[in-house]
Design a binder for this molecule. Sequence first.
Ligand code: NDP
Length: 253
Amino acid sequence: MHYQPQPELLHNRIILVTGAGDGIGREAALTYARHGAQLILLGRTLSKLQAVKQEIHQLGLAPAATVEFDLLTAAPADYQKLADEIAAAYPHLDGVLNNAGLLGTINPLAEQNYQEFCDVMQVNVNASLLLTQAVLPLLLKSPSASLIFTSSSVGRTGRAGWGAYAISKFATEGMMQVLADEYKNTHLRVNCINPGGTRTSMRASAFPDEDPHKLKTPADIMPLYLYLMGDDSRRKTGMSFDAQPGRKPGPAE
Ligand code: NDP
């Protein structure tokens, strides 16, 4: 995407990123901070979140907060407690990037382990719903809020072997569309990003034989993440965007 964001695009915006300790979420958090946002970094590995927080601090940017939170094991009440803690520290939320994800095993649906299916759905779908429900009042207090979900090409066209992950990404697209329709007359917009094949540890476990240097890096795909988080996308809602338009799904050639 050719997008030239203003350097201060996200000045004073308060943004929560899930899975902010690694991969695309880490890069998005750092990118949003560089454009002026105050970050709430949520993830399950505190040391990784602290490293991102430290990097933001060393760059002299707005201080970030870390939230150690396991989206696989958290109960519904934990999400409400989290939202209460955020509400005690911040006046509102201007953006949420639901980015954390679980791949599961690549194998035929006939062999899909049921517990693993539940785990993938828990992290990729149920947790996004619970987090969204809990923080909606904070998003609705913002004059212009952006709620972003993370999809995948296998969330639009099913592909053999992608089992629970593909099903969870179809559900994510559906959740985005329902929410966008429910909030279409508000200042809250709701959209999906399909990152496309990107050089991260999740991608490496999905395609272990692939040359990672043939893939875009998380930094390469940030223009779309900025566009959808900032006010230039104010009128866009209910849409699913490709961070790498035209890229063919599957292994890099
Ligand atoms: P990574 O595996 O590199 O990072 C995922 C992040 O999510 C990690 O920080 C991880 O934490 C966190 N996470 C995983 N499970 C939990 C949990 N139970 N609780 C809290 N945090 C958790 O993945 P990517 O950066 O590649 O993927 C980011 C998103 O993009 C995902 O939704 C993925 O499905 C999607 N995507 C990625 C593509 C790609 O090619 N990379 C392509 C299409 C979609 P920890 O670091 O502690 O493990």
